[in-house]
Design a protein around this ligand. Sequence first.
Ligand code: AMP
Ligand code: MG
Length: 363
Amino acid sequence: MPSASGWQSDKEDPVLASASSARIGLLLGLLLLAGCGQPADPARHRQFFALGTLVEVTYYGIGSDVAEQASQELEQMFLRMHAEWHAWQPGRLQDTNRRLATGDAFPADPELLPLFEKANRLSILSDGLFNPTIGKLVSIWGFHSDERPAGPPPDNSALTALVSQQPSVTDVAINDGYLRSSNPAVRYDLGAVAKGHAIDQGIGRLRELGIHNAIINAGGDLRAIGRHGDRPWRIGIRDPRGPGVLAAIELGDDESVFTSGDYERFFDHGGRRYHHIIDPRTGYPADTVTSVTVVHTDATTADAAATALFVAGPEHWHAIARRMGIRYVLMIDANGTVHMNPAMQKRISFDTEPADIRLSTPL
Ligand code: AMP
Ligand code: MG
């Protein structure tokens, strides 16, 4: 575990220093603490824009050519996935949504089918708090756009009407590769889980290429495999209310760290912040939490769980985390109180010890 003073020296690390000076530090919610203050970091770093964000891939123990080739492959793979899985641009997901609205059975897109199956399972485990079928709600809020939404918030009556249609993954039958929706309100939005799925696929590809020590970090959400030489990978968790880092964590051989935060996509209107994580029960942005970080082996599960626990909030996250098989949770609520389970507390070290920490019972 890095101590607070160890963390200070990490700030001098060239990777972190260049990251903050180049605005990258703002984009990467979770910062890679690469070199322990050593001037020459033996890890190799590659960056590109894909999945709607800056992706940083870090490698240890491979040559420059291999790193370059792997990064180019990942970039192409992620660009293609992002285009195809957009809920609001022509592509496989939009086609699927159009056909789901008809109520007829149709053959599922083979690339998307495993993701639908997994997202549906995760949604059920989350008690519907992670609900990938609320595309209509996300759209009416204006978060179905690459532009930053400007508001104003939608009419309450329009939101109530959409919520009352109760779209759910249980409305979608998947049989022998065919999809059919019994609820015309179902529209898939994979925004809460697609990045995780893409990172899982990316890690799979790196392993096929013989790369076993790497991190794929997409805008602060990441999966790490192997180690940084003779020590574990170590990363920083972004402070949801400041430019810096809240805490540091060392990762095991294969772990994903995903954060859902109200600072990622939002607009301010009438003195209030409206952000992109919607409570499917109310139609409004979930308002009890500012950020949730979870650690889990599988990036897709971690991604869905961070969103679900954000909606669950400080009173109800524990039961949902348990059901989703999550063992490490860090949540900052709207008052700045830090909620954690004891296993998470043992693993992380805060830059500045929070004034108010609430420990849950073990998960
Ligand atoms: P994340 O940043 O992973 O928490 O995902 C947020 C994105 O998922 C939003 O931009 C929406 O596209 C979508 N979304 C919002 N609320 C939910 C929800 N309750 N369940 C599933 N997806 C959601
Ligand atoms: Mg998510």
